[in-house]
Ligand binder design. Structure first.
Ligand code: UDP
Length: 461
């Protein structure tokens, strides 16, 4: 399908096929569209976005043959490299077709790609098109991965197990165990190569983060010195852009149940879109929630569990709990009845919770989640930590009561409400994210269009 007529500058966006990555990319697409760019979304066949929810964009699926996969953190490291190989040719062919017919497709101003879709920058450089990287994670996580590679170059790893709780020399707020690698064993070469590709900027001319300058000042300045390209901090995107981004149908019936609950009385429990719970954790979490005597709304994705709920569990819980397959999370967190969030600490969930002033219980699992959890518990101090060795029903119930009814929970709630108050200035007129979006728009229209003009002049000379 051709892009909207009458639009001359087009931004091509390449999201990766995971909910936590598609969401910020579609939100950014809506913002750029509102600024006057036409939008083309080149997406994987795996987990495709619902084009009917965005008639204003042009969608083009890249034939990657991966649509039968069910992505979870258990198979990510197989899916991502395969997707990067399979998407390359269809993406190049589509761009060539667009460039040959600018009167139909518009002139490509730039390509914005998700860091997991690193084939994009390799294709774009051959076609002399500028690329901008969109990071779906925090600045702090990117700094942590860069610190890992710097220490690796100094032969720091593997580490003895006894050092896992020691501070990381280049980012002492983190412990070695917060880095996204098993540091006591030999790290598999394919995993290292994948991480190298995702921290490598390639030929990209700028980076966009879904974050807020004041939330991540320190890590942001470090990245600015390290990468030496403009970095745009445009977050929280979910508060700036209104866009329907859910890949799964939301069960909105939980909102009427929340309407019947007292303020701050419900714990919302969700582990995001790709984490999987083993049988033991699932059963202990179920009984921990029950034993806490608190009301709860629990998202149990069918693909996240290996076991059914214990017999008689739902009857025992009665009206004190609700279980859904997928919730309208942003609406849930904004609901006055919700007083706490038991979370895997994905970056979107982290921002969504902070910006609604909801304190958290942090149960990170992999990737950036440990870094986010460390910041939530030890830097911003708006969350309680629960480690993989604490997952017994007794410890879980006690952590929930601490957050929901005890003094420590009240302090966390007050702190996150103060944080919310300060951070929401960022996306109002004149705030840092508002200004950053303005600068990005100017950057794409001037600097990037300028790049294009120079390239054409070089061709004709
Ligand atoms: N989400 C949702 N309903 C649910 C669970 C999650 O809408 O029942 C959304 C949530 O609001 C967030 C995204 O899914 O925007 C998950 O992204 P995150 O970065 O938190 O975690 P990931 O899924 O990438 O691990």
């Amino acid at each position: 399908m051709a892009v909207e007529e009458g639009k001359s500058c087009c931004v091509v966006l390449v999201p990766s096929p995971f909910q936590g990555h598609i969401t910020p990319m579609l939100q950014l697409a809506s913002l750029l569209h509102a600024k006057g760019f036409s939008i083309v979304i080149n997406h994987s066949e795996l987990n495709p976005p619902d084009s009917s929810k965005h008639p204003e964009f042009t969608f083009f699926p890249l034939k990657d043959g991966l649509s039968n996969n069910n992505p979870s953190f258990l198979n990510l490291f197989d899916i991502i490299p395969e997707m990067n190989v399979n998407c390359r040719v269809p993406f190049r062919d589509y761009l060539v077709q667009m460039m040959e017919k600018p009167e139909i497709y518009g002139q490509i101003s730039c390509i914005v790609y998700d860091h997991l879709m690193y084939f994009t920058t390799e294709v774009a450089v051959h076609l002399k098109l500028p690329t901008i990287l969109l990071r779906a994670s925090s600045c702090a996580y990117m700094e942590a991965v860069c610190a890992f590679f710097a220490l690796k170059a100094e032969n720091y790893f593997p580490l003895p197990e006894s050092q896992l709780l020691d501070p990381v020399p280049k980012v002492p707020i983190l412990r070695f165990k917060d880095l996204p690698f098993d540091l006591i064993s030999e790290i598999p070469e394919p995993k290292l190569q994948l991480f190298e590709k995702v921290v490598n900027l390639g030929f990209s001319v700028a980076i966009i983060f879904n974050t807020i300058k004041n939330l991540e000042n320190h890590a942001l300045s470090w990245l600015q010195k390290h990468y030496r390209v403009p970095i745009f901090t445009i977050g929280p995107l979910h508060k700036i852009a209104s866009s329907q981004t859910s890949l799964v149908e939301e069960d909105t019936s939980c909102i009427s149940w929340l309407n019947t609950q007292a303020p701050n009385s419900v714990l919302y429990v969700s582990i995001g879109s790709i984490v999987v719970m083993d049988k033991n954790e699932f059963i202990e979490t179920a009984w921990g929630l029950f034993n806490s005597n608190q009301s709860f709304l629990w998202v149990v994705r069918p693909s996240s569990i290996e076991h059914d709920l214990p017999d008689g569990y739902l009857e025992a819980v009665g009206d004190r709990g609700r279980i859904v397959k997928w919730a309208p999370q942003k609406e849930v967190l904004a609901h006055p009845a919700v007083g706490g969030f038991w979370s895997h600490c994905g970056w979107n969930s982290t921002l969504e919770s902070i910006l609604e002033g909801v304190p958290m219980i942090c149960r990170p699992c992999f990737g950036d989640q440990n870094v986010n959890a460390r910041y939530l518990t030890h830097v911003w101090k708006v969350g309680l930590e629960i480690g993989p060795d604490d997952l017994t029903r007794c410890v879980i119930a006690s952590a929930i009561r601490k957050l929901m009814v005890e003094e420590e929970g009240k302090e966390l709630r007050q702190r996150v409400l103060d944080m919310k108050q300060k951070l929401q200035m960022s996306f109002r007129d004149g705030g840092s994210s508002h200004n950053s979006l303005k600068s990005l728009t100017e950057f794409i229209s001037s600097r990037v269009c300028h790049y294009y003009k120079n390239r054409n002049e070089r061709r004709t000379n």
